[in-house]
Design a protein. Structure first.
Length: 254
Protein backbone atom coordinates (compact mmCIF):
# COMPACT_ATOMS: atom_id res chain seq x y z
CA UNK A 1 0.00 0.00 0.00
CA UNK A 2 1.27 3.47 -0.88
CA UNK A 3 2.17 5.63 2.17
CA UNK A 4 -0.31 8.32 3.16
CA UNK A 5 0.40 11.46 1.16
CA UNK A 6 1.09 14.45 3.41
CA UNK A 7 1.64 16.89 0.56
CA UNK A 8 -0.70 18.27 -2.10
CA UNK A 9 1.64 17.62 -5.01
CA UNK A 10 -0.03 14.76 -6.96
CA UNK A 11 2.42 14.56 -9.87
CA UNK A 12 4.61 11.80 -8.46
CA UNK A 13 1.62 9.59 -7.67
CA UNK A 14 0.25 10.13 -11.16
CA UNK A 15 3.56 9.16 -12.79
CA UNK A 16 3.73 6.01 -10.62
CA UNK A 17 0.16 5.09 -11.62
CA UNK A 18 0.98 5.55 -15.31
CA UNK A 19 4.04 3.32 -14.99
CA UNK A 20 2.17 0.58 -13.09
CA UNK A 21 -0.84 0.49 -15.38
CA UNK A 22 1.38 0.63 -18.45
CA UNK A 23 3.39 -2.34 -17.18
CA UNK A 24 0.16 -4.26 -16.50
CA UNK A 25 -1.25 -3.62 -19.98
CA UNK A 26 2.01 -4.36 -21.81
CA UNK A 27 2.57 -7.44 -19.64
CA UNK A 28 -0.89 -8.86 -20.41
CA UNK A 29 -0.44 -8.43 -24.17
CA UNK A 30 3.08 -9.89 -24.00
CA UNK A 31 1.95 -13.03 -22.17
CA UNK A 32 -0.99 -13.49 -24.55
CA UNK A 33 1.37 -13.37 -27.53
CA UNK A 34 3.82 -15.70 -25.80
CA UNK A 35 1.09 -18.21 -24.93
CA UNK A 36 -0.28 -18.08 -28.50
CA UNK A 37 3.19 -18.60 -29.95
CA UNK A 38 3.85 -21.61 -27.71
CA UNK A 39 0.53 -23.15 -28.73
CA UNK A 40 0.47 -22.23 -32.42
CA UNK A 41 4.06 -23.16 -33.22
CA UNK A 42 4.57 -26.13 -30.94
CA UNK A 43 6.50 -29.14 -32.26
CA UNK A 44 3.33 -31.23 -32.15
CA UNK A 45 1.45 -28.87 -34.46
CA UNK A 46 4.50 -28.15 -36.63
CA UNK A 47 6.67 -31.27 -37.08
CA UNK A 48 8.74 -29.42 -39.68
CA UNK A 49 10.29 -26.16 -38.52
CA UNK A 50 9.32 -23.07 -40.49
CA UNK A 51 12.13 -20.93 -41.94
CA UNK A 52 9.97 -17.82 -42.38
CA UNK A 53 8.08 -15.50 -40.05
CA UNK A 54 4.32 -16.05 -40.28
CA UNK A 55 2.39 -13.07 -41.72
CA UNK A 56 0.33 -12.76 -38.52
CA UNK A 57 3.47 -12.20 -36.47
CA UNK A 58 4.78 -9.62 -38.93
CA UNK A 59 1.68 -7.54 -38.28
CA UNK A 60 2.46 -7.49 -34.55
CA UNK A 61 5.01 -4.78 -35.21
CA UNK A 62 2.24 -2.35 -34.18
CA UNK A 63 2.84 -3.51 -30.59
CA UNK A 64 6.42 -2.25 -30.78
CA UNK A 65 5.13 1.08 -32.01
CA UNK A 66 2.56 1.22 -29.19
CA UNK A 67 5.23 0.48 -26.56
CA UNK A 68 7.49 3.16 -28.07
CA UNK A 69 4.67 5.71 -27.91
CA UNK A 70 3.96 4.72 -24.31
CA UNK A 71 7.64 5.19 -23.40
CA UNK A 72 7.68 8.65 -24.99
CA UNK A 73 4.51 9.69 -23.13
CA UNK A 74 5.91 8.33 -19.87
CA UNK A 75 9.18 10.21 -20.38
CA UNK A 76 7.34 13.46 -21.12
CA UNK A 77 5.10 13.13 -18.05
CA UNK A 78 8.03 12.39 -15.74
CA UNK A 79 10.13 15.23 -17.15
CA UNK A 80 7.24 17.62 -16.52
CA UNK A 81 6.66 16.60 -12.91
CA UNK A 82 10.28 16.07 -11.89
CA UNK A 83 11.44 19.26 -13.56
CA UNK A 84 8.84 21.09 -11.50
CA UNK A 85 10.37 19.67 -8.32
CA UNK A 86 14.08 19.64 -9.06
CA UNK A 87 14.69 22.39 -11.63
CA UNK A 88 12.33 25.13 -10.46
CA UNK A 89 13.64 24.83 -6.90
CA UNK A 90 15.41 28.17 -6.49
CA UNK A 91 14.37 30.65 -3.80
CA UNK A 92 12.49 32.90 -6.21
CA UNK A 93 10.36 30.05 -7.63
CA UNK A 94 9.50 28.67 -4.19
CA UNK A 95 8.65 32.11 -2.80
CA UNK A 96 6.47 32.81 -5.83
CA UNK A 97 4.49 29.61 -5.23
CA UNK A 98 4.13 30.42 -1.54
CA UNK A 99 3.07 34.02 -2.19
CA UNK A 100 0.34 32.84 -4.56
CA UNK A 101 -1.15 30.80 -1.68
CA UNK A 102 -0.21 33.20 1.11
CA UNK A 103 1.88 30.40 2.63
CA UNK A 104 5.05 30.46 4.70
CA UNK A 105 8.43 29.32 3.38
CA UNK A 106 10.67 27.34 5.74
CA UNK A 107 14.35 26.85 4.91
CA UNK A 108 16.18 23.89 6.38
CA UNK A 109 19.56 22.23 5.92
CA UNK A 110 19.66 18.43 6.21
CA UNK A 111 23.03 16.82 6.86
CA UNK A 112 23.45 13.04 6.72
CA UNK A 113 26.02 11.39 8.94
CA UNK A 114 26.57 7.82 10.07
CA UNK A 115 23.99 7.11 11.31
CA UNK A 116 21.66 10.03 12.00
CA UNK A 117 20.28 13.21 10.46
CA UNK A 118 21.08 16.75 11.57
CA UNK A 119 18.67 19.56 10.69
CA UNK A 120 19.61 23.24 10.82
CA UNK A 121 17.23 26.22 10.84
CA UNK A 122 18.37 29.81 10.29
CA UNK A 123 16.70 31.02 13.50
CA UNK A 124 14.60 34.16 14.08
CA UNK A 125 17.01 36.45 12.20
CA UNK A 126 16.62 34.40 9.01
CA UNK A 127 20.40 34.23 8.53
CA UNK A 128 22.62 31.17 8.45
CA UNK A 129 25.71 30.70 10.65
CA UNK A 130 24.62 33.08 13.40
CA UNK A 131 24.24 32.50 17.13
CA UNK A 132 20.50 31.92 16.95
CA UNK A 133 20.68 29.01 14.47
CA UNK A 134 18.64 26.01 15.57
CA UNK A 135 20.09 22.51 15.34
CA UNK A 136 17.96 19.38 15.69
CA UNK A 137 18.94 15.74 15.57
CA UNK A 138 16.75 13.21 13.75
CA UNK A 139 13.60 15.34 14.18
CA UNK A 140 12.45 17.81 11.53
CA UNK A 141 9.74 20.10 12.94
CA UNK A 142 7.64 21.95 10.35
CA UNK A 143 4.44 24.01 10.18
CA UNK A 144 1.40 22.78 8.30
CA UNK A 145 0.46 24.37 4.96
CA UNK A 146 3.96 25.69 4.36
CA UNK A 147 6.50 25.33 1.59
CA UNK A 148 9.71 23.68 2.78
CA UNK A 149 13.05 24.11 0.98
CA UNK A 150 15.63 21.57 2.11
CA UNK A 151 19.32 21.85 1.22
CA UNK A 152 20.81 18.36 1.49
CA UNK A 153 24.41 17.25 1.97
CA UNK A 154 26.44 14.62 3.85
CA UNK A 155 29.48 14.71 6.11
CA UNK A 156 30.96 11.28 5.45
CA UNK A 157 29.46 8.85 2.91
CA UNK A 158 26.50 8.75 0.55
CA UNK A 159 23.09 8.88 2.20
CA UNK A 160 19.62 9.29 0.74
CA UNK A 161 17.05 11.66 2.22
CA UNK A 162 13.76 9.77 1.88
CA UNK A 163 10.38 11.16 2.96
CA UNK A 164 7.85 8.63 1.61
CA UNK A 165 4.82 10.58 2.83
CA UNK A 166 6.02 13.70 1.00
CA UNK A 167 7.12 11.77 -2.12
CA UNK A 168 10.69 13.05 -1.75
CA UNK A 169 13.86 10.99 -2.18
CA UNK A 170 17.23 12.55 -2.97
CA UNK A 171 20.84 11.58 -2.39
CA UNK A 172 22.93 13.36 0.24
CA UNK A 173 26.42 13.63 -1.26
CA UNK A 174 29.52 14.73 0.67
CA UNK A 175 30.77 18.12 -0.52
CA UNK A 176 27.68 18.83 -2.67
CA UNK A 177 24.54 20.76 -1.71
CA UNK A 178 21.30 19.80 -3.45
CA UNK A 179 17.87 21.37 -3.05
CA UNK A 180 14.43 19.74 -2.82
CA UNK A 181 11.13 21.30 -1.84
CA UNK A 182 7.68 20.14 -0.83
CA UNK A 183 4.54 21.47 0.80
CA UNK A 184 3.17 20.21 4.10
CA UNK A 185 -0.59 19.67 4.25
CA UNK A 186 -1.29 17.27 7.11
CA UNK A 187 -0.37 17.61 10.74
CA UNK A 188 1.21 14.50 12.21
CA UNK A 189 4.43 12.53 12.50
CA UNK A 190 6.06 10.91 9.47
CA UNK A 191 9.11 8.77 8.84
CA UNK A 192 12.48 9.95 7.60
CA UNK A 193 14.61 7.13 6.22
CA UNK A 194 18.01 6.74 4.63
CA UNK A 195 17.49 4.90 1.35
CA UNK A 196 21.20 4.45 0.59
CA UNK A 197 23.31 1.69 2.15
CA UNK A 198 25.69 3.79 4.25
CA UNK A 199 27.32 1.35 6.65
CA UNK A 200 26.70 -1.22 9.36
CA UNK A 201 24.20 1.01 11.17
CA UNK A 202 22.22 1.91 8.06
CA UNK A 203 19.08 0.20 9.35
CA UNK A 204 19.08 2.50 12.40
CA UNK A 205 19.26 5.72 10.40
CA UNK A 206 15.69 6.81 10.90
CA UNK A 207 14.26 10.17 11.79
CA UNK A 208 10.90 11.85 12.08
CA UNK A 209 9.06 14.75 10.48
CA UNK A 210 6.69 16.40 12.91
CA UNK A 211 4.17 18.71 11.24
CA UNK A 212 2.53 21.12 13.68
CA UNK A 213 -0.22 23.68 13.37
CA UNK A 214 0.98 27.21 12.65
CA UNK A 215 0.29 28.23 16.24
CA UNK A 216 2.12 25.28 17.78
CA UNK A 217 5.02 25.69 15.37
CA UNK A 218 5.50 29.35 16.29
CA UNK A 219 5.39 28.43 19.98
CA UNK A 220 7.98 25.70 19.42
CA UNK A 221 10.16 28.08 17.40
CA UNK A 222 10.08 30.72 20.13
CA UNK A 223 10.80 28.14 22.79
CA UNK A 224 13.88 26.64 21.14
CA UNK A 225 15.14 29.98 19.81
CA UNK A 226 15.24 31.49 23.27
CA UNK A 227 16.99 28.57 24.94
CA UNK A 228 20.49 27.59 23.81
CA UNK A 229 20.19 24.20 25.53
CA UNK A 230 16.99 23.34 23.66
CA UNK A 231 18.53 24.48 20.38
CA UNK A 232 21.21 21.80 20.71
CA UNK A 233 19.60 19.32 23.11
CA UNK A 234 17.97 17.20 20.43
CA UNK A 235 21.27 16.82 18.64
CA UNK A 236 23.21 15.82 21.76
CA UNK A 237 20.60 13.47 23.16
CA UNK A 238 19.68 11.78 19.88
CA UNK A 239 22.45 12.28 17.37
CA UNK A 240 25.54 11.85 19.52
CA UNK A 241 24.07 8.96 21.48
CA UNK A 242 23.14 7.26 18.21
CA UNK A 243 26.66 7.76 16.90
CA UNK A 244 28.17 6.43 20.16
CA UNK A 245 25.95 3.34 20.15
CA UNK A 246 26.74 2.59 16.51
CA UNK A 247 30.47 2.92 17.14
CA UNK A 248 30.18 0.52 20.07
CA UNK A 249 28.25 -1.97 17.92
CA UNK A 250 30.88 -1.74 15.18
CA UNK A 251 33.66 -2.45 17.70
CA UNK A 252 31.76 -5.43 19.11
CA UNK A 253 31.18 -6.79 15.60
CA UNK A 254 34.89 -6.52 14.79
Amino acid sequence: MRPLRATDYPGIDLSIDIVLWGIVIVGIFSFIILAYGLWRFSAKRNPVASRTIPPAFRRLVFLDIAVLIFDIVLLAVNIYFWADLFIENDDASIQERAAAENAEVVYVKAIGRQFFWTFLYPGPDGQWNTNDDIIRGNTLVLPANAYVAVDITANDVLHSFFLPNFRIKYDAIPGINTRVWFKTTREGKYEIACAELCGAGHYKMRGEVEVLSQKNYQEWLQQVSGNSYLRYASLTTQGESTLHNNEQNSEETE
